[in-house]
Every structure is written in structure tokens, then in C-alpha cells.
Design a protein around this ligand. Structure first.
Ligand SMILES: [Zn+2]
Length: 136
């Protein structure tokens, strides 16, 4: 595949995510679709509906900053799983049995997963180019 083709795929995947934190999508969980609470009373346990950002590629894999709006319950259920693992697992499929109009479409979530791995490959390629430059 030509680098240009890869870049245009990445750009179209990025347009699906868009700037979700600047629009209404920040108020609903991308996975289960429930309305999320932005604040929790201090000193109380965080409610499962607390708004969080999910790192699409878990932070333990040094993933960069691709995130989705996600309730605390879904974020904890996903844990260190990759997005494809999570989307294929029992928790997610149980949650999606309840249809909610603010859930992100399944095809979009898989597109986001693809984007995360494209970005990771770009990052690795950039680092390789950088280290060659330093060595040469
Ligand atoms: Zn959720």
C-alpha cells in the first residue's frame, strides 16, 4: 500500500472521531450509550455513570492519545484489553443488547480501533526514520 493511501485512510478514520470532546457526544458513553455525569460529589464513591476518557489502545502499550468518551463502568470493564478484544467480549455484547440512540455505531468503533493501530504504525515508522537520521 502506498503511503498516500494509508494517510487518506487515517484521515477518514479521524473524521469519524472528529472533535468529540467539543460536541454533544462527550455527554454519552460511546460503548453503552448512557448519559454520563461530569461531576461527582466529593468524598463519595464515583458513580458508574461518571464520565471518563477511554484510551483506545491501553496506556500500558504507550499508545498516544486516542480516546473515546466512556462511562466509568465501561472503562473499568475494558481495563487493559485492546478495543477489538473489548468489542468481542461478553461485557460489551451484553451492554449492546440494550439499544441506546447515543451508542456509537459498531462499525465506527471498529474503525476507531483500526485508526489506533494505523497511528501506532505511523509512530513506529517516524521513530525509525528519526533514529536513522541520528545514526546517519
Ligand atoms: Zn458505558
Amino acid at each position: 500500500m502506498e503511503t498516500d493511501q494509508l494517510h487518506s485512510l487515517v484521515r477518514s478514520a479521524e473524521s469519524i472521531i472528529g472533535l468529540w470532546w467539543q460536541d454533544d457526544r462527550r455527554n454519552w458513553c460511546a460503548y453503552c450509550g448512557i448519559p454520563m455525569r461530569r461531576r461527582a460529589a466529593t468524598g463519595t464513591r464515583l458513580p458508574p455513570t461518571k464520565a471518563t476518557r477511554d484510551h483506545v489502545v491501553p496506556r500500558v502499550h504507550a499508545s498516544g492519545l486516542l480516546t473515546l468518551p466512556c462511562c466509568l463502568e465501561c472503562n473499568q470493564a475494558k481495563g487493559k484489553q485492546s478495543l477489538p478484544e473489548f468489542l468481542s467480549g461478553p461485557y460489551f455484547n451484553q451492554k449492546r443488547m440494550k439499544k441506546h440512540r447515543n451508542q456509537w455505531p459498531l462499525a465506527h468503533l471498529w474503525f476507531v480501533a483500526g485508526l489506533a493501530y494505523f497511528r501506532k504504525s505511523e509512530l513506529i515508522a517516524q521513530k525509525a526514520r528519526g533514529s536513522r537520521r541520528v545514526a546517519g
